[in-house]
Structures are given as structure tokens and as C-alpha cells.
Design a binder for this molecule. Structure first.
Ligand SMILES: [Ca+2]
Ligand SMILES: [Ca+2]
Length: 247
């Protein structure tokens, strides 16, 4: 009886050890997503949430590719090329991903070996301009970040976490053309051209959109009142919640 329990405990321990880092995942993945970094005066960036106030407010985004391999080592994973489009879908807040100058997609070295900035068009019919493709468009109509070869994470990843490496592959700006509602700025993977990354050296080379997603993107919300008052309101709410929890 005791022996069988001991066996079970040992068995559970082995499973736990395997889960802790010795068992390969079923498959790795690539996530390309928009990460807000800053904005024009008065724009608030809090993680993946952005608050704007006025028409003409600009939000700056990093476009990052996150490669997760099948082992726990990020240094042997890499990214060669990512294809997709950039658009904002939402609840009434309209803006342009491209206008004159800085709002055009900008691939970042070494992922600017070959660059397609994407055709500027309204992909979702909301009146705001997006970058890239929609079904049935010409094959060149996409946003592209391509390095000459697979780029290993060492020296090129802007961060690593566990078995994941994050590469900065581009930047893009969004400019508000309305000042109410909200929208989600995100990357949409392109299925009809090969996006290529490497997992665990040459162990895996993944193409197309299998295991390739656009992440959750970033939520941009128009403040219903001046930013400072909104902040005070949120702070007050936080205090109230803390007091309630304390009671
Ligand atoms: Ca649009
Ligand atoms: Ca790896």
C-alpha cells in the first residue's frame, strides 16, 4: 500500500520535472503583435492600453515577433520573415495607420532587407486607413519584415523569457481622426505567403500561418474627459476598492 503510494508520488514527480523543462512542447509558435510605446502630448500608454484625447493624437507602436521554440532555450530560435497587415477594429474610434511621412510602416534592421510597406486602404470599412492586404488583393499588397536569413535571437532579440525570444521587426504610427469610442490595433497574419521562423536551431522550420497568430494587439480608447480628471477618477476608484477589500 505504502509502496504503491510512493510509486505514485515518484511518478508525479517525474511528470512535474518533465513539465518543468524536460518535455518538448507539441509545437512552437510565432506571435506578431503591436506594442504601444509612446504617443503625442497627452496620450497615455499603460501596457497594451492607450488613452487618447483629441483628433490628431498619434500613437507609436513597436511591431514585434515573438518566437517560442520547443525547448526552454531562447538562444537557438530565430525569425526570417513575417507577412501580414495592420489594422484597427473597434467600437467607433477611427484613425489612420498611414498618412504623410512617419505613419507608414517601417521595418527595422535586420528585418528591413526586403520591405513591403503595404497598400494604404480601409480594410474593414470603418473610414480609417489600414496597411496591407485583404482577401483577393494583389500578392504584393502586404506589410513585410524580412531579414536576409534566419536571425538567431542572440544579439538580436530585444528580450527573452523562458523559451521565447522577442524581435523588434518594425514600427508604425496611428493617428486619431475621431475622439470617441475605442479600437483594437492589431496585426493580421497573411496566409498566402510563407512566414518563416526557426525553432531550436534547424530542428523546426515553420511556414504559412500554422502556429502563427496576430496576438491580442493594443486597445486604444478615447478619454471621455480630460486625461488628468480621468486619472484622478481611476485613482479614486482604486482607493475605494482597496478600502472595501480591507473591510
Ligand atoms: Ca479601417
Ligand atoms: Ca529554443
Amino acid at each position: 500500500m505504502h509502496r504503491s503510494i510512493a510509486k505514485r508520488v515518484l511518478g508525479a514527480g517525474a511528470v512535474a520535472m518533465a513539465l518543468a523543462g524536460f518535455s518538448p512542447l507539441a509545437h512552437g509558435s510565432l506571435v506578431v503583435t503591436l506594442v504601444p510605446t509612446s504617443g503625442s502630448s497627452g496620450v497615455l500608454v499603460n501596457g497594451n492600453n492607450v488613452t487618447i484625447n483629441n483628433v490628431g493624437d498619434v500613437v507609436h507602436f513597436n511591431v514585434v515577433g515573438i518566437v517560442t521554440g520547443q525547448d526552454a532555450t531562447p538562444g537557438n530560435d530565430g525569425l526570417q520573415a513575417a507577412f501580414g497587415s495592420i489594422q484597427a477594429d473597434g467600437n467607433g474610434l477611427i484613425g489612420n495607420f498611414s498618412s504623410a511621412g512617419a505613419s507608414t510602416y517601417n521595418a527595422v534592421a535586420p528585418f528591413n532587407t526586403t520591405v513591403q510597406k503595404g497598400a494604404v486602404q480601409d480594410l474593414n470599412g470603418d473610414g480609417g486607413l489600414d496597411l496591407g492586404f485583404k482577401a483577393g488583393d494583389a500578392s504584393t499588397n502586404y506589410v513585410e519584415s524580412r531579414a536576409g536569413s534566419v536571425v538567431p535571437s542572440t544579439g538580436n532579440a530585444i528580450s527573452t523569457s523562458g523559451g521565447s525570444s522577442t524581435f523588434l521587426i518594425g514600427t508604425v504610427d496611428w493617428t486619431a481622426t475621431s475622439a470617441s469610442g475605442s479600437t483594437v490595433a492589431h496585426w493580421v497574419p497573411r496566409a498566402s505567403i510563407n512566414t518563416v521562423w526557426n525553432e531550436d536551431g534547424s530542428a523546426t522550420n515553420s511556414n504559412g500561418t500554422a502556429n502563427y497568430t496576430g496576438g491580442t494587439g493594443s486597445t486604444i480608447t478615447a478619454a471621455p474627459e480630460p486625461g488628468s480628471l480621468a486619472l484622478l477618477g481611476l485613482g479614486g476608484l482604486g482607493l475605494l476598492l482597496r478600502r472595501r477589500r480591507a473591510m
